[in-house]
Structure formats: C-alpha cells, structure tokens
Write a protein that binds this ligand. Structure first.
Ligand code: HAM
Length: 524
C-alpha cells in the first residue's frame, strides 16, 4: 500500500465512542448532572492543559502520574529548550568519543542559557526546583569539561556526570501538560477566582477527558473520561465527606451501577501521618530484601504506596505491617469515627480498607474508592478523598477540600457487562414517501413530528416501497409513516408499527396526537 493510501487509526490508548454507545454515555453523564445538581453542585468547565508545575506540586513529583504519565504540549516559545532537553536526554556518548562528548556539553550549556533567559522572561516557573536542576546541569557540564577534556577521565566518574545531566534535564519543569486529572485545576481556579469569598462552600462538578500515558488494557486508556465533584470551603465536618459519598452512591444507583463495593480509610493528617510513614519505612527496611524493585524504591520515596502493591508475593509481608488506623491522632480518629456514623445514618454500606492510600500525594484523612464487578483488574470506578492542605500548597488561603472522580469508561463497561441497559431514545418514525407528489407532504409532516420532539428519518431521495420499509427496519425505527399517492389524495397518513406490522390510517391531527402520547408512554 502506498503511503498516501495508508488508513489512519485512532492513536493507541484512545478510542471513538460510537453510536449507540454514545447515547448510553450521554445518558450516564446527564444522570450525573441531574443527581449532582440536586445536591446543589454546579458545573465548572476547565482547560484541558495547564502548567506542568501545577500538577507536579499538587499530585506530587514522586507519583507515577507526574513522573511518567503526563503528555507534554509543545509551546512555540519553549521549543528550543524542549528540543535541547530531549537531545540531551537521548545523547549517551562514550567517554572516548571526544566529539560527541563536546557536542553534549555544548548542548547542556545552550540549554542552561536558554532556560535562564526563559526564567527571566517569566516563560518558565521561577522555582527552587528549576534553579536546582540548572545547577545540577552546570555541575555536570563543568565536571565533564574540567576532567575529560583534554585529559580523559575514569569511566565511572564520567558516567556519574552523564547521569547527573540526564536526571537534571529530565526534572526541569516548564511548559504545559495535558491534564491527568482535574482536582488540581479546580483548586487553581478556586484560588484564581477568589471563590473563598462566595457564600457557603464551593460545590463544583466537572465532566471531561483526562490524559495519562499508561499501558492500555481493558478499562485503562490514555484518553479516558471522568465525572468528578469537589467541595471547597472552611469546614472539614465529616458530614461533608458523608454527603459527597452519599451523592456518589445515589448516582451509581440511579445509573444502574449496583454491583459495587465502597471502601473507605483515613490516612491521617500532617500531625500523625509523618510519624506513621517513618514507622512504616523502618518496618519496610527490615523486609526490603523480600520486596520487588518498585516497592524497594518506594520505601525511600513514598512508603505508603507500598501498601498499594498488587504483587502476590508481597501480600503476606504487607499484611503484617503497622496499620495507620492504630496510629491516627485523636482528631483524625474522631473525624473517621464520625464519618462512619454519618454513613450509617445515611444507610450507606461500606468496608474499611486500611491499605487504601491512593496514588496522588494531596490526600489527608478520608480516602475512598468504589470497585465494580465485571471489570477484571482495572475495577476501580471511582476514587476520592480529602485534600485539606492543597489550596494553601498552591498559594491560596487556608481551605478544606474533598472530592472524587468517577472513571466513566469503566463505569459504562460495568453497566454494559451487567446487561441492564436503560431504555434510550431511538428512531421513532421513518418517513416512507413515494412519488414526487408526496414529497412536500413528507417534508412538512417530518418538521412537525420533529417539533413535537420525535426522532424522524426522512430519506433524501425517493426509494422503492420495499426498500424503504427494509431500511426503516434496519435503522430500528418504531414506525414507518407511509405517504404515497393515495395518502396525498385522501389527506391522510398510513402509520405502520414495525414490531407487529399493525397499520392505521390517521389524519394529521390524530397522527400527531397518537405519536406524542406514545412518546410520553415510552418515556414514562
Ligand atoms: P484517580 O483515582 O487517579 O483519582 O482517578 C479516578 C478514577 O478515574 C479511577 O478510579 C478510574 O476509574 C479512572 N481512571 C484513572 N485512570 C484511568 C485510565 N487510564 N483509564 C480509564 N480510567 C481511568 C483522581 O483522578 C482524583 N482527581 C480524584 C479526586 C477528586 N480526588 C479528590 N477529588
């Protein structure tokens, strides 16, 4: 096949949501909107990309999402820096290839200059993190310069400098990223628009696509969709947590997603969690040799994440680790106990799961997740929790926050697997017109039926009677409206119900009345 005949396909990890599935998606999202609005939440529409730094600071540098899953958006102003950075990361010269080593050092120096300029022009975030990365780059380049050129240096030392350069170039934070989630954007928007001055709590929901460069599999995509809700305000009353969870479970019930389990946990706050994390780290160090490489790394970077491990061989070890519930401070223990009372008051079934720590760094106290049946390993349909310090961390006033995000792709899969699909609007009428004399009547009645809220298909070209009815059937129409010479002459319409071929002759008035009442009945 020649190149220009090549067929395009959706990019790996992305997909098209086609009809009739799209109708199920719309219905699902509309049910969420209706439910959330009945709890006095209002929609917020957010940008799809934001500053890299926003995600790095809120979600956490060490999380998988930030360290390896975000898509970078190329920005014209920063193309030079981006190009140099990518070239540097890819360049791996051997220590005796003087020319290649010189070229690398030259690029590092150009990158440092370009980055400093961008920092001066405010095109790159002026953060200690970025200045440190530049310092590391400088040290790496100087190290190679003074030692290898012209004398030549030991291989190990050379590699050390190369690693330092690669690492520092990789951690430079600039430019923009496609959003991997929306909580960070909601908080950014809350601060930017001074929403703390509004009466009551800010209760916001959002619907839309998110982007994470994960390995695609069933229920895991690189462009996926979330429906999320957030409450931001002055209070951290457990009743807010409970209401948010109640709203979520009410929505799932209305959407027919009933084979679910709600897991809850408290991961403490800044008063009690650091001590627990240290204790956990100490215990993990004792068993480090029995853990896999990921968990071993996390002992130092983020020991809580070890509790997330799904590796079968690590489960028995994790089961014996100290549990956060035994190490909560009084305030956190009390908050968690009240949350459970509040959930019981609302008749919400839950299970406690002490290992539910979640993969994003901003959480404090309450965390929760909903798992659904029929999804295999990617079975979390919703994740959420409290993030009381996040607004302040991003430069806003002291504010409490809690929210969740539902993975729409997975929720829809679970509904489809359950086989309990809702009745969705389908094609009501196919207008089978024959003969040019019938055409004006067909156009006219089609408009009137559509005005009455019915879905109507009007063939643009005349069709043979049999073909016309065949197509009506294939399109899944409930009725065929037959308009031929007879009908035009007598001023009536023939309405044929396709399920049982029952036919009626009706005046225009009776036709409209009949179809409208039928529509009301099928909706009811
Ligand atoms: P999260 O747990 O990262 O939390 O994502 C929430 C849900 O999004 C997951 O439970 C899952 O259903 C869905 N999801 C995540 N990644 C993928 C993927 N690659 N493919 C398909 N579905 C996926 C958050 O995003 C937080 N912002 C939730 C939150 C809001 N916490 C407080 N407020």
């Amino acid at each position: 096949m020649t190149e220009n005949k090549r067929q395009f396909r959706a990019i790996k990890g992305t997909r098209d949501i086609l009809p009739p599935d799209s109708a199920l998606w719309n219905w699902f999202e509309q049910t969420a909107r209706n439910t959330f609005e009945s709890y006095n939440f209002r929609e917020i529409r957010l940008p799809i990309f934001e500053e890299t730094e926003l995600f790095a600071r809120s979600i956490g540098e060490e999380t998988d999402v930030v360290s390896k899953e975000m898509y970078e958006v190329l920005e014209h102003d920063l193309l030079d820096i981006q190009w140099l950075r990518d070239q540097i990361i890819r360049s791996n010269p051997s220590s005796n290839d003087q020319e290649a080593v010189r070229a690398l050092v030259d690029k590092v120096r150009r990158l440092i200059d370009a980055a400093k300029n961008a920092l001066d022009r405010d095109e790159m975030p002026d953060t200690t993190h970025n200045w440190n990365a530049l310092k590391q780059l400088q040290m790496g380049a100087d190290g190679i310069d003074t030692s290898i050129i012209p004398v030549g240096m030991g291989h190990a030392k050379f590699l050390l400098f190369i690693n330092q350069i690669h690492f520092a170039a990789g951690t430079l934070r600039f430019g923009i990223r496609m959003r991997p989630e929306a909580t960070a954007s909601v908080v950014r928007s809350y601060i930017e628009h001074g929403m703390q001055a509004l009466p009551g709590n800010a209760k916001l929901y959002y619907v839309g696509p998110m982007f994470r460069r994960e390995r695609p599999q069933k229920g895991r995509y690189r462009q996926f969709y979330q429906i999320g809700a957030e409450v931001l305000g002055q209070s951290d009353a457990p009743a807010i947590d409970a209401e948010v969870i109640e709203m979520l479970m009410t929505f799932f019930k209305r959407a027919g997603l009933t084979r679910t389990t709600l897991y809850i946990n408290s991961i403490g706050d800044k008063n009690c969690r650091p001590q627990y994390v240290e204790l956990l780290r100490e215990e993990l160090r004792k068993v480090a040799d029995q853990l896999g490489p990921d968990s071993q790394r996390r002992i130092e970077t983020n020991p809580l994440r070890v509790l997330d491990s799904k590796l079968p061989e690590e489960q028995a070890i994790i089961a014996k680790l100290p549990r956060i519930s035994d190490h909560l401070c009084d305030a956190c223990r009390d908050h968690f106990a009240k949350l459970k009372e509040e959930l019981s008051l609302r008749g919400i079934a839950y299970e406690e799961n002490w290992r539910l720590v979640r993969g994003l760094d901003y959480y404090t106290r309450t965390t929760f997740e909903v798992v659904a049946e029929g999804l295999g390993s990617q079975n979390a349909v919703c994740g959420g929790g409290r993030y009381d310090g996040l607004v302040e961390l991003l430069g806003g006033p002291p504010t409490k926050g809690i929210g969740f995000a539902i993975g729409t792709d997975r929720a829809i899969l679970s509904i489809q697997e359950s086989g309990k699909l809702p009745q969705l609007p389908a094609l009501a009428v196919f207008v089978a017109w024959m003969g040019q004399a019938a055409y004006p009547t067909a156009v006219n009645i089609t408009r009137k039926l559509r005005d009455a809220g019915l879905a109507v298909e009007l063939p643009a070209e005349e069709m043979k009677f049999k073909k016309s009815l065949g197509l009506a059937d294939k399109l899944g129409a409930r009725y065929a409206l037959i308009i031929g010479e007879d009908e035009v002459n007598s001023g009536t319409f023939t309405l044929k119900r396709l399920a049982d071929s029952e036919q009626k002759k009706l005046s225009e008035f009776d036709l409209l009345e009949y179809l409208e009442s039928e529509r009301r009945d099928t909706r009811a």
